[in-house]
Design a protein around this ligand. Structure first.
Ligand SMILES: Cc1ncc(COP(=O)(O)O)c(C=O)c1O
Length: 498
């Protein structure tokens, strides 16, 4: 890679056919020095041998050696006998960061040069800084995913590859994949839809972004659940929307509490399993939500992120299934059913919105990855999707049971569990006087990642508890670490009264 980078920049011949370009050894010296100073080449990095560099750059070996020895004399390179030539340059401690990757909230750059919107986004909690370890939530078990099958399908479609698969995709997704997803949603989520209403996206985040861009303007209001999923909150913030939190209870979003709220353009809901508390929106509330959306000329954004995993009680059809007015934008994802890094999800839009969404999806995201989409269509058609879900579900049944058992000693008047009937996490509610952030931090010191419920609040002051995942950690880890977590909770509850 280094030789290609250098090769592109070396001026082998005078550009204008006139005066001679800088001597090649000098050019190479300057290019390498700049790459070292700019940290393109990092301290400790090994350079290709002078022979390899000379051959790749089509230069005389002496030319290369002259440039390297000059840099070595200046202390930028170090030759170690028998192992090669290495970069020897660390940026001074007071040097200004030069890479954009360092412009985060934690860097020396600080917030000063970040846009006001960027600052608002950087101030929010992020899962990005949490260790992945027992009780990390949001992650599925990766083991049921049949890697060998997936590899075979990808390899097959790369072999059959044709030019259009290498281009951007302007159709909202590979047709057979849209067909397979639509069929799945008709059968398992009770939805009525045409294949063409499906758009393939790289995740719920992208689906939400498209909705935020096309359905609202900066300054508009979106009603959100309070407590709220961090990912959705960041998308709405980034799009300049005003989030009005509507409190949830054991049955999800409680719209009775919305009567004084400013009228929204959109209402964001997780009806199957409120994130993070896990309430299931009752049929009555679903119908009420649809009626209100109609009356307010607002759109419902249904995030159906984990409905494949239901462990107790009947599965409700989606909100979309009840919608006779084309008011619902439905979002599903393969992040939980397969794995998050697959970066594939789907957005179902009402028929009248298909062409606008396709167009803006193309303009904003330049979709592609068609080989993956072709492979996914076949993966579903051949039944692998369903068998992966089936296997994962069996695993989660055991993990969930183990976690519930471990947490039993915490339960009583002061603590209760919600949301354990579905999904990959549950919520342990704790008394308002307990510091759940401190408790989560304490768990962290024991190698356990749980999240404080209060961190998900939009305006509510009453939320205290822990959001605990059982999807990712193996059964043995839950059996071993569950009692440790329970003990921490019990101690925190007792300490309150001490
Ligand atoms: C409420 C909710 N929606 C959606 C997702 C999945 O998002 P994505 O498809 O962007 O991976 C998650 C993942 O944790 C989630 O918790």
């Amino acid at each position: 890679m280094l030789t290609e980078f250098l090769g592109q920049q070396l001026q082998l011949k005078p550009a204008d056919g006139g005066a001679t370009a800088l001597a090649l050894n000098r050019q190479l010296y300057l290019l390498l020095k700049k790459a070292i100073l700019d940290q393109v080449l990092r301290h400790g990095e090994r350079l290709p041998s002078s022979r390899v560099m000379a051959a790749a750059l089509q230069l005389a070996r002496n030319t290369v050696m002259s440039a390297l020895s000059q840099l070595e004399a200046e202390g930028f390179l170090e030759t170690r006998q028998g192992s090669g030539t290495f970069v020897r340059f660390k940026r001074p401690a007071n040097g200004q960061p030069s890479s954009p990757a360092e412009t985060t909230g934690n860097s020396r750059l600080g917030f000063r040069q970040v846009s006001a919107r960027g600052q608002r986004l950087l101030k929010q909690d992020t899962a990005n800084e949490l260790e992945v370890q027992p009780f990390t939530q949001g992650l599925p078990d990766f083991s049921p995913f049949p890697v060998a099958v997936w590899q075979k399908l990808l390899a097959k479609h790369w072999r059959l590859s044709y030019a259009s698969m290498l281009d951007y995709n302007d159709t909202g997704g590979f047709k057979p994949l849209k067909r397979a997803i639509a069929q799945y949603l008709r059968m398992f989520r009770g939805m009525r839809l045409d294949d063409e209403q499906v758009l393939v996206t790289t995740g719920t985040q992208q689906s939400l972004s498209l909705c935020a861009i096309l359905l609202a303007d900066p300054g508009d209001t979106v009603w959100v659940e309070d407590p709220l999923y961090w990912g959705a909150a960041q998308i709405f913030r980034a799009n300049g929307l005003h989030m009005h939190g509507i409190p949830t209870d054991a049955q999800g979003l409680n719209l009775v509490l919305s009567d004084q709220a400013p009228a929204p353009r959109m209402v964001y809901v997780t009806p199957s399993h409120q994130y993070p508390t896990g309430g299931v929106l009752t049929a009555e509330r679903r119908l009420d939500l649809l009626r209100r959306c109609r009356d307010m000329h607002a759109w419902a954004l249904e995030d159906d992120y984990d409905s494949e995993f239901r462990f107790a009680g009947p599965q409700q059809p989606s909100l979309h299934a009840l919608d006779l007015q084309d008011r619902v934008f439905y979002m599903g994802t393969f992040s939980k059913t397969l794995y998050p890094g697959i970066k594939m999800a789907y957005l179902v839009v009402p028929p009248d919105w298909v062409s606008a969404f396709k167009r803006i999806h193309y303009d904003m995201n330049r979709p592609g990855l068609l080989h993956q989409q072709v492979a996914m269509a076949e993966f579903i058609e051949l039944g692998h999707f369903h068998s992966t879900i089936r296997q994962a579900r069996a695993t989660y049944v055991q993990r969930r049971q183990a976690l519930l058992q471990a947490l039993a000693p915490c339960l009583g008047l002061q603590a209760s569990i919600s949301g354990a009937e579905q999904g990959l996490h549950l919520c342990l509610h704790l008394p308002q006087t307990l510091d759940d952030v401190a408790l989560a931090q304490q768990a962290q010191t024991h190698g356990l990642t749980v999240r404080a419920l209060s961190r998900y609040a939009i305006a509510r002051q009453d939320l205290r508890g822990l959001v605990i995942g059982y999807g990712y950690a193996p059964l043995e880890a839950i059996q071993k670490d569950g009692p440790v977590l329970a003990q921490l909770v019990v101690r925190a509850l007792r300490h309150r009264h001490a």
